[in-house]
Ligand binder design. Structure first.
Ligand SMILES: *Cc1c(COP(=O)(O)O)cnc(C)c1O
Length: 366
């Protein structure tokens, strides 16, 4: 059996580093917002090429705290509209809602799974104040075009970079540095994953960084002095220690993911299977390798029978979720088709060549 994702195997390679990091952590007796969080923030900002990074509790909070920060700075207010892809993971939309802004769903492209730019432009109203592109499955959204649209309409760009750690555009700029601010999840399954919940925000905006740094810790500027109605969403000290070790291998792991993707794209040949669009650059870090098939249930049964794990990202589009019933009368034909047909096949830096070979063989025999 080739599992969809073997997290144990992924982290096993770092075990001795984790153990020594944990021992130092235990010896320090310092558990929250210590030297490892500060060091990780510095290292991750340097990695992304941004001036600032703020470690937070998870990816959802990262996105929400960016919006809350902009509200305090006066750039956003309750009721403002935020454009977001209709096929994103629900967290992007929840972050907007929790901050009391209005998510406006925009249809996506079936090739890249990212924003349809025509629809994006058409969705702008006088209430629109921000665009929240998600680099879904690890592939950058068309950020040059999105930046142009944002500039013309005076909109903020808040990247949901939760699936795109290390993705680089043609000009050499990384995810997290392609808009005004970005939210990252460092959840265990992500390309840069902790051993528990974790998240991060990157930005070049000093005022925003300073406000968010307070917001994540009860809105306090110094101990027991509270400036804002804040949150408790701090990156855990021990997770920061683990993440620092993994960060040095992120580029290598993304490279391995791209190598596997190239084999899939080159060697999978079956008219029943639609492969994802990829032009061979570093703008994709293949958080997921997502194919499309009609009659998906039958296909998944076939994969299971042949010992190949798979998962669906995601089976129900946000506007069809019970939690988001206010959108239930909307129709996004491309998004709905994507959700009916997508299947994610194994993709991870610890997949062996012979496993990739087997997956390709099984797919070609379907
Ligand atoms: C994982 C993910 C999130 C949320 O991250 P958590 O750490 O689980 O809160 C947000 N957006 C996208 C696109 C994600 O994949």
């Amino acid at each position: 059996m080739i599992p969809f994702l073997d997290l144990h195997k992924i982290n096993q390679r770092y075990e001795s580093d984790f153990k020594s990091k944990f021992n130092s952590f235990l010896d320090s007796g310092y558990y929250v917002l210590g030297t490892n969080v500060a060091a990780f923030e510095k290292e991750y900002a340097a990695y992304c090429g941004t001036k600032y990074c703020i470690g937070v509790g998870n990816g959802l909070d990262a996105l929400r705290l960016v919006i809350e920060g902009y509200k305090i700075l006066g750039n956003l207010k309750n009721g403002d509209e935020v454009l977001v892809a209709s096929n994103t993971y629900i967290a992007t939309i929840l972050a907007i809602k929790q901050a009391n802004l209005n998510p406006v769903l925009v249809e996506s492209e079936s090739d890249t799974f990212n924003f349809n730019l025509k629809e994006l432009k058409a969705a702008i109203t006088h209430k629109t104040k921000a665009i929240m592109p998600v680099h879904l499955y690890g592939q950058l959204s068309p950020m040059n075009e999105i930046s142009e649209i944002a500039k013309k309409n005076n909109l903020l760009i808040i990247e949901d970079a939760a699936q795109a750690h290390g993705a680089i555009n043609k000009e050499g700029v990384l995810a997290g540095n392609l808009g005004d601010a970005a939210g990252f999840s460092l959840y265990p399954t992500k390309n840069l994953g902790a051993l528990g919940d974790a998240g991060a925000i990157t930005t070049n905006n000093e005022n925003l960084a300073s406000v968010i740094r307070k917001l994540r810790n009860y809105g306090s500027s110094s101990k027991y002095v509270n400036e804002y109605v804040g949150f408790n969403s701090r990156l855990d000290e021990v997770q920061a220690a683990f993440l620092r070790g993994k960060l040095s291998f992120l580029n290598e792991e993304n490279k391995r993911r791209r190598k596997i993707a190239e084999r899939y794209l080159f060697e999978i040949s079956n008219s029943k299977i639609k492969l994802p669009s990829y032009k061979g650059s570093k703008n994709h870090v293949f958080h997921q390798f997502v194919i499309q098939v009609a009659n998906r249930d039958k296909f998944i049964k076939y994969l299971t029978k042949n010992g190949i794990g798979s998962l669906i990202h995601y089976p129900i589009p946000p506007h069809k979720q019970e939690a988001l019933s206010e959108f239930s009368n909307l129709h996004f034909p491309i998004t709905e088709k994507i959700h009916e047909e997508v299947v994610s096949i194994p993709m991870s830096p610890v997949l062996l060549e012979q496993e990739v070979t087997k997956i390709i063989l099984v797919l070609n025999s379907y």
